[in-house]
Design a binder for this molecule. Structure first.
Ligand code: SAH
Length: 223
């Protein structure tokens, strides 16, 4: 009887056909994603398990979708793009994500980095992401319920930091937690947001503005 209580989760994993996922992959290639490691990672994560059953029919469309608590699951293109920028063609050891949401980007990161830490400020979303990541056996991921603008100083430095909510400015704490050669990918702006890449060299932080994006805001505190 206990198993019958959560049929949607159990039935969810294999529900979507490989053809639907292949179409998403072809679309990502058309949109300019080239890193085969990233495309393989995206292909290996079933996005429909991260959304409510009523929305799962739309899980492989290139759209962000609501996940409750006023938050969204990022659009596949932006997940692929940010992962490609962070990876920059090399394997990563330790990565930090700010804004776990339902854990979709976290799961993709778990396929391209040895260790992934992700921080989320809304507790029920941490619980939701934990369930999803357990179901997919993403064992190299650790989640934290906290305000991510301060990063995770006790675990720094990170090879990559990805912020998946829009910041009004680049948090100093996150810059300080980058390893030399480390990369920070972060949407910056309030109404008009632009994705920025910051690379830490031995002497400076090099900042590049990349493309216009649309994210929920990075907020302070926890709830
Ligand atoms: N990475 C997610 C995106 C979720 S939306 C995905 O793959 O779909 C962004 C998330 O950032 C929301 O869940 C929001 O609650 C969270 N967030 C916003 N400000 C935050 C902060 N200061 N610290 C941690 N999480 C934050």
């Amino acid at each position: 009887m206990a198993l019958l209580k959560k049929p949607s989760v159990k039935a969810g994993i294999g529900m979507t056909s490989q053809r639907t996922r292949d179409r998403m992959l072809s679309r990502l290639r058309e949109q300019g994603i080239k890193d085969e490691v990233v495309l393989h990672a995206i292909n290996s994560i079933p996005r429909h398990i991260f959304v409510d059953e009523a929305l799962s029919i739309r899980a492989y469309e290139d759209v962000s979708l609501p996940i409750g608590y006023g938050q969204t699951i990022s659009q596949p293109y932006i997940v692929a793009k940010m992962t490609e920028i962070l990876r920059n063609g090399s394997n990563m050891n330790k990565v930090l994500e700010i804004g776990t949401g339902c854990g979709y980007q976290t799961a993709v990161l778990s396929k391209v980095a040895a260790e992934v830490y992700s921080v989320e400020r809304i507790r029920p979303l941490v619980m939701k992401a934990l369930d999803n990541l357990r179901l997919l056996k993403c064992t190299n991921v650790k989640l934290d319920h906290a305000d991510g603008t301060m990063g995770l100083p006790q675990l720094a430095p990170f090879d990559g930091i990805m912020v998946t909510a829009a910041a009004s400015h680049i948090p100093q704490d996150l810059l300080a937690q980058l390893a030399i050669g480390g990369r920070l990918v972060i949407p910056v702006g309030i109404d008009e947001q632009v994705l920025h890449l910051i690379v830490r060299t031995s002497t400076e932080y090099r900042q590049t503005a990349l493309e216009a994006v649309k994210f929920v805001p990075l907020l302070g505190g926890t709830s």
